[in-house]
Write a protein that binds this ligand. Structure first.
Ligand SMILES: *[C@@H]1O[C@H](CO)[C@@H](O)[C@H](O)[C@H]1NC(C)=O
Ligand SMILES: *[C@@H]1O[C@H](CO)[C@@H](O)[C@H](O)[C@H]1NC(C)=O
Ligand SMILES: *[C@@H]1O[C@H](CO)[C@@H](O)[C@H](O)[C@H]1NC(C)=O
Length: 975
């Protein structure tokens, strides 16, 4: 309760003593400080002289300062705009002149581009932009380092509005987990700064993706989780958390107000909905009440302060305690009082209409604003509600691009949310929630938002200028502009093109990449923003159906019996399966002007789901069609692909697709297999083996979205709580149920196990030992039969493993088993996840082991994954290229079910990153034929579907999946 929390006056005699010594000083101070604050000069003239000096508190000057400052809007110091050196300048930083860059400045609503410009940076700030006269620079600075950008894109540094870098440190260790305090629902007094670990492995990684600034938020376990802090990611010479802060509020070190200057912006983390409600065994009602209770406490203090100050400022000390007058405040609640004074940017984790509504009402009840709703999956459904926020200006929405449906409150999330919000005039921010999404790839979130319809100017702004504004730092970051912080990224391609990678990153004028590996062979067209597909209809449907639009095909017809032939025209490229891999059949390399776009001559004929003719010279197939018509009754469905492509359907492996609808809702899931090493396996289950096919469920939204994105089959293993999980299955993502024609490609694929240092309850030695016993011990029951098939080399043994040391043990085990058995038998072994596989790439190759890499872009989540190969620009190789160079069969996996549909872009990105090592066809193999080999579904369980894309190939950001041809299921689906 506020009254109890307020400081009690000091004993009278102490005050008397202090007053006697300082009384004359007081009058001087009070005059000086009031005069000095230009804006408060008027106060002075209104200030009646105190009735008698004995009734004034000893710190009256300080109190008057505080009172005069109470409602000053935060901002930079007054002399900020005339600065010639950054407050973050590191001694010894060289001046740099970047020549000939193509500059996206962030200005003019994100539309301003300087086609050829120079940027001069010095003392941590941008000194000049445009055409910079070199000789004059040399005259003035003596020496500058010169970088010829060679027409490369230059942008402001990426700004992440939602990060847990340093507080949820990687690799994850219990000793450095400082995001969520579980000591109460409302804790505005906590500060992320107090947990900021300077040794998180991912600072370096995120910088290598162009991230220069991040807002470090406490977690979302509480309604009010604590104060957040803005940091720059670079290492500082002081090596302290405090030295990483960007314009910290005075409260960070208790330095009090600066009488000459406004206070700095503060940040507060709030959360509503599932997390704070459920973690405290409550409900949404408890969540909102906890806010109201907290804000009421703050409001009472604020009223006391305002009353107190109006008395103090009018010299009426007598009514507020005379010489023992004390400014009413409370360290625990001061941050929340500051919220009510409009001096705190609130970053509010909030998903659903019900929660957004609760918070909007709260802002009006107590009179404060929300800077941004984060995650905000339903904001696109309620733009008018957001406009009702206190103050009338709606908050921004900080979103993921395609991350959705992972919990109930994210179920109605849409990839079109950024587009729809922007159309409703709301500010859109893309954020990482690092390490949930790796902030190194935050730019990719903007690229995806752009792909799904957010205009290019707003997409780039969504990770630069907009978050800078939302955190109250747009006076110094988020733009390439004279006087701004020298936080810049030089890109190897247009920042909205897939796989854009920094060539160099500057923070405070300091180059962050020491020996960047620059990919030199980026395709020419990647130098401009992709022309993205038309999504109007899909976006409208998302709103119309409250986030759950039907995902089935627009048109679907059976092939076969009725002699239906589908003729794809205007086909620019084609890929096909051949000899266990994907090869390019043709590609029209003709350079086309804009108005000639989509005028390729290629034609592909499909009958009964089989390609019967494909040619870049369309005439050949047309003639074939004529000949066919002579012999049979043929109906022809013509599909114009507008310069599109045909490719084999992709395959997914690694997530729980097919066994779950909403990952964190147990009643929507198949559940987890009991860990036989640590759990109580009922006797009826001994010697049995769990088969994923028995738990399969179809038509989950993630499966249907995967299908619409060209991933037409998936191989899924039973979800396991450790060690032995069971037999995986291969199924069709587009099938309606398990009895439908072609729904199941292969009932049982591979036998799955895992060995991990993070497994609770069983040591690594125990796990490997148990695996040895399973393989070499007596073979009994269903499990025995499955193991025998592994030993006969019929099905693969897939082991989820990350540590290179454990991989070594498993390779030993493989050899031991093979030596014990009949000669010539080779176990088919696949390592899954395999973060550290590159360390033993040669040995993996020699042992004949295959590898499914996931996540495809490495992140050192756990200790056993810490030795990742980061890839460009930090290293030339990735684990994938390193393994491929050793001729290891490599597939790419997905971790989350919502991510499965992104396989086409993962594959394309891998190809772009590989400096020519991985062709487009090879990239498609990684996400199809290779996975089938590694999971034992080649041949019989093969995915023979075709995916047609409009406006480009499956690997293109400009293309959209137009249809799927499935002979297995006997259908052609058009979207
Ligand atoms: C900014 O750009 C967007 C999209 O291009 C446009 O809709 C919006 O009206 C622009 N805003 C201003 C203030 O020009
Ligand atoms: C707090 O930090 C500011 C900014 O770095 C500095 O100027 C001030 O002296 C510090 N105050 C204290 C009390 O340490
Ligand atoms: C990989 O295979 C190719 C082609 O068969 C061969 O030339 C090359 O030497 C092999 N590389 C390694 C590291 O074994």
């Amino acid at each position: 309760m506020p009254e109890k929390g307020l400081p009690t006056p000091a004993p009278f005699d102490q005050q008397q003593r202090r007053r006697r010594t300082n009384i004359s000083l007081l009058r001087v101070l009070s005059l000086v400080s009031l005069v000095a604050v230009g804006t408060y000069v008027t106060l002075l003239s209104n200030l009646p002289s105190p009735k008698s000096t004995s009734s004034i508190p000893i710190n009256a000057a300080e109190i008057l300062d505080k009172c005069a400052n109470l409602n000053v809007t935060p901002g930079p110091p007054k002399d900020f705009y005339s600065r010639s050196q950054s407050d973050r300048f590191e001694q010894g930083t060289k001046s740099v002149l970047i020549k000939n860059a193509k500059i996206w400045t962030g200005g003019k609503n994100g539309t301003e581009v300087i086609e050829r410009g120079d940027v001069l940076i010095d003392k941590g700030i941008i000194k000049a932009i445009g055409r910079v006269d070199e000789s004059r620079v040399l005259e003035e600075y003596g020496f500058v380092e010169k970088i010829d950008a060679n027409a490369a894109w230059l942008s402001p540094g990426i700004v992440d509005l939602h990060s847990h870098l340093g507080v949820a440190s990687l690799p994850f260790l219990q000793g450095a987990s400082d995001t969520d305090s579980l000591k109460g629902l409302v804790q505005p007094w906590l500060r992320s700064l107090d947990g900021l670990n300077t040794h998180d492995d991912t600072y370096r990684l995120s910088i290598s993706g162009g991230v220069t600034t991040a807002l470090i938020l406490p977690g979302s376990a509480n309604s009010i989780g604590g104060q957040a802090f803005v940091i720059k990611l670079r290492p500082t010479s002081e090596k302290s958390p405090s030295s990483m802060l960007l314009e910290p509020p005075f409260s960070f070190n208790g330095s009090g107000i600066e009488p000459f200057n406004p206070p700095r912006w503060r940040q507060l983390k709030q959360a509503c909905g599932e997390f704070p409600s459920q973690i405290y065994s409550g409900t949404r009602m408890d969540n909102i009440w906890s806010f109201r209770e907290g804000y009421e406490t703050a409001r009472k203090i604020k009223v006391q302060q305002d009353d107190f100050c109006s008395a103090a400022l009018s010299g009426d000390w007598g009514t507020i305690g005379g010489s023992s007058a004390k400014f009413p405040e409370d360290l625990q609640w001061e941050a929340l009082v500051d919220v009510l004074r409009g001096r705190v940017k609130i970053q509010n984790h909030c998903y659903e209409a019900v929660d957004l509504d609760g918070i909007i009402r709260l802002t009006n009840e107590f009179g404060f604003k929300i800077a941004a709703f984060h995650h905000a999956h339903e904001t696109y459904l309620v733009p008018e509600l957001l406009k009702k926020m206190f103050g009338g200006e709606p908050p921004a929405a900080a979103l993921f691009s395609t991350g959705a449906r992972y919990k109930r409150e994210a179920y109605r999330g849409s990839e079109f949310a950024p587009k729809i919000l922007a159309e409703n005039g709301l500010a859109v921010v893309m954020k990482s929630d690092h390490p949930l999404l790796d902030s190194r790839y935050l730019l990719h979130e903007a690229q995806q938002a752009h792909y799904f319809g957010l205009p290019d100017n707003l997409a780039l702004a969504a990770v630069t200028t907009t978050p800078a504004k939302v955190m109250g730092q747009d006076h110094r970051i988020g733009y390439v502009k004279e006087g701004y912080d020298a936080d810049l990224v030089l890109w190897d391609s247009h920042p909205l093109s897939l796989g854009a990678t920094p060539k160099q990153v500057f923070i405070d004028g300091i180059a962050q990449l020491e020996h960047p590996h620059v990919i030199s062979d980026k395709p020419l067209k990647s130098q401009k923003a992709p022309e993205t597909p038309d999504w109007e209809e899909e976006a409208r449907a998302a709103v119309q159906w409250d986030g759950l639009p039907p995902l089935g095909p627009k048109e679907s017809f059976r092939t076969g019996s009725d002699g239906q032939v589908v003729m794809f025209v205007n086909v620019e490229s084609m890929y096909a399966r051949s000899g266990g891999r994907v090869v390019q059949v043709f590609e029209d390399e003709t350079e086309r002007s804009l108005d000639e776009k989509g005028t390729a001559n290629g034609v592909v004929l499909v009958r009964d789901g089989e390609v019967i003719c494909s040619s870049l010279i369309g005439k050949e197939c047309l003639e074939k069609l004529e000949r066919l018509k002579e012999t049979a009754e043929i109906q022809v469905k013509v599909v114009d692909l507008e310069g599109g492509s045909l490719a084999p359907g992709l395959v997914s492996y690694g997530s729980a697709l097919g066994l779950t609808h909403i990952t964190s809702e147990s009643s929507t899931n198949d559940g987890a297999v009991i860990n036989p090493l640590t759990g109580n396996v009922p006797s009826i289950l001994r010697e049995s083996v769990v088969r994923a096919v028995d738990g399969l469920m179809f038509e989950s939204r993630n499966a249907l979205l995967a299908y619409r994105s060209g991933v037409t089959s998936a191989i899924t293993a039973p979800v396991s709580s450790g060690f032995l999980s069971g037999l995986s299955t291969a199924f069709s993502t587009g099938a309606p149920h398990g009895l439908a024609e072609g729904a199941i490609l292969k009932e049982t694929a591979a036998l799955h196990a895992s060995v991990s240092m993070s497994a609770s309850g069983a040591s690594v030695g125990t796990q490997v030992g148990a695996l040895r016993k399973v393989l070499l011990g007596e073979k009994k029951g269903e499990l025995g039969k499955a193991v025998q098939r592994v030993l006969d080399g019929v099905i693969p043994l897939v082991v989820t493993v990350n540590s290179a040391d454990i991989m070594a043990s498993l390779i030993h085990l493989k050899k031991e088993v093979e030596d014990t058995l009949d000669e010539g038998i080779k176990i088919r072994m696949t390592f899954d996840k395999a973060a550290e596989a590159h360390l033993v790439a040669k040995e993996i190759a020699e042992a004949g082991v295959g590898v499914v890499v996931s996540p495809v872009r490495a992140l050192p989540m756990a200790w056993e994954q810490r030795r990742i190969l980061a890839g460009p620009p930090l290293t030339e190789d990735t684990a994938i290229t390193k393994l491929l160079k050793h001729n290891v069969t490599v597939g790419i996996g997905a971790l989350d079910t919502w991510d499965v549909g992104n396989a086409r872009f993962d594959a394309a990105w891998i190809s772009l990153d590989s400096s020519g090592l991985i062709s487009k066809a090879d990239a498609l193999s990684l996400a199809s034929t290779n996975l089938e080999k590694l999971l034992g579904t080649e041949g019989e369980g093969e995915n023979t579907d075709w995916v047609a894309t409009r406006g480009g190939s499956l690997l293109d950001y400009e293309a959209k999946v137009a249809g799927v041809v499935s002979s297995r299921r006997g259908v052609v689906d058009l979207f």
